[in-house]
Design a protein around this ligand. Structure first.
Ligand SMILES: Cc1cc2nc3c(=O)[nH]c(=O)nc-3n(C[C@H](O)[C@H](O)[C@H](O)COP(=O)(O)OP(=O)(O)OC[C@H]3O[C@@H](n4cnc5c(N)ncnc54)[C@H](O)[C@@H]3O)c2cc1C
Length: 393
């Protein structure tokens, strides 16, 4: 049995960051990482952006092996024994730990209908598979108008593919952007050559040899050489649930990343639901900055740092030449205060709570203002147009 002071289940960006957090405080405590994927930890954002723009695949590796970590790749942990302090993988290998971190991330949501051959895009292997298929005139149906769907629609179009983007909302990014901006993004994508089909749910996907036919509830039929879907993720809480750990859309952790009621068990990154004092209540965040920062914090706490996590993570996306950074609760169901320097091209959207206080910011082609936006969330003061405009300048 392999014996570790620190055992990390999962081999994503959070796992890598946690190893760094541990090493900041413990130079030589034995760290074991057990990861289902065959690859050492890598950055996921380039899979829908930089790698399609020609960046070298070697740029994505996080360098985890250089931290003096024992990486076991291609193995899935299938059970935990919290009493004994052990974890067991599907090949019946057992690993013991003094401190355990669950960094199991999320698994892509799938379509309810038949979907053989659909790429539910999340991993490097998915990038390699899609990249090998993509090329001039190749027809790709992209299902989903959120982060992954919109970024892939842009990346594939830029790489010569004939892309149809199908999603049920009124516009691209509609869960985040105000409706008018979201509908503008539809038109912008059309101007770039994407066939955008909003307000369409997929009814069925069938295959005839190598070709796919996607039928929508609204009666549209899309023929494609490949179908790729980005429908969001479901947090991978199965192990935690089996072990009796508290789960509520994510593993419940305190401000140190410790699982409630368990001194030596931690969770971080996409899979963890953590308290956010600046916004009230708890959140689960599926973004790179959070994976890196929460992972590092929680790793440090596993090694005794005892530092509460009060970071407000930011996120970003690229939509052809459009781009943004955002922080806080960015949710189109909230009321907004919107100020444009140039309508739909450059401006700031502030999302407000019932007391008109800023709880989230969308910085649309506005750069370097994330810290100011964070400060305005923490200030808990009502915002008005002038304050919002001040972030554009
Ligand atoms: C294509 C893509 C583009 C993105 N772009 C952006 C972006 O532009 N901006 C942004 O902010 N965020 C972006 N994100 C989100 C960001 O990458 C994630 O928030 C981050 O990767 C989460 O890291 P994680 O380690 O918590 O989870 P994951 O990345 O899901 O890693 C968890 C790992 O654990 C493994 N695992 C799970 N269960 C087990 C088990 N039982 N045993 C062993 N291993 C297990 C999984 O196989 C997986 O490799 C993007 C994500 C994707 C997929």
């Amino acid at each position: 049995m392999a014996e570790y002071r620190y055992l990390i289940v999962g081999g994503g960006m959070t796992a890598d960051a946690a190893c760094r957090g541990i090493r900041d405080h413990d130079a030589d405590g034995a760290i074991g990482v057990v990861a289902e994927e065959e690859h050492e930890p890598y950055a996921r954002p380039p899979l829908s952006k930089a790698l399609w723009a020609g960046k070298d695949e070697n740029s994505i590796w996080r360098g985890t092996p250089g931290l003096g970590v024992d990486l076991t790749l291609g193995r899935r942990i299938v059970s935990l024994d919290l009493g004994k302090g052990t974890a067991t993988d599907e090949a019946d290998e057992t690993y013991s730990y003094e401190r355990l971190l669950l960094a199991t991330g999320g698994t892509p949501r799938t379509l309810p209908s038949g979907d053989e051959g659909v790429i539910y895009y999340r991993t490097l292997d998915h990038f390699r598979q899609l990249h090998a298929l993509a090329g001039e005139g190749v027809r790709v149906a992209v299902i989903g108008g959120g982060f992954i769907g919109s970024e892939l629609a842009a990346a594939l179009t830029t790489n010569g593919c004939a892309v149809t983007n199908v999603f049920p909302e009124v516009g691209i990014g509609a869960c985040l952007f105000p409706a008018e901006l979201s509908v503008f993004v539809n038109e912008y994508y059309r101007s770039k050559g994407v066939d955008v089909l909003p307000e369409e749910l997929v009814e069925s996907i069938s295959r005839d040899g190598d070709a796919f036919r996607v039928k929508t509830m609204g009666g549209r039929s899309v023929e494609a050489d490949a179908v790729v879907a980005g429908l969001g993720i479901v947090p991978r809480t199965d192990l935690a649930e089996q072990a009796g750990l508290p789960v509520e859309d994510g593993i419940l952790v305190d401000e140190y990343g410790r699982v409630q009621g368990h001194e030596n068990v931690f969770a971080a990154g996409d899979v963890a639901r953590f308290p956010v004092p600046a916004l009230g209540g708890s959140r689960r965040v599926e973004h790179e900055d959070h994976a890196n920062t929460h992972g590092r914090h929680v790793g440090a706490n596993m090694a005794g740092a005892h530092e509460p996590y009060d970071h407000l993570p930011f996120f970003y996306s690229d939509l052809f030449e459009l781009g943004y950074e955002a922080v806080g609760d960015v949710d189109s169901r909230l009321d907004t205060v919107v100020e444009w320097a140039e309508p739909n091209r450059k401006g700031v959207v502030c999302y407000v709570d019932g007391d008109s206080r800023a709880c989230g910011w969308l910085l649309w082609d506005v750069w370097g203002k994330v810290d100011s936006a964070r400060d305005l969330i923490r200030a808990r003061q009502p915002v008005h147009g002038e304050i919002v405009r001040s972030l554009i300048d």
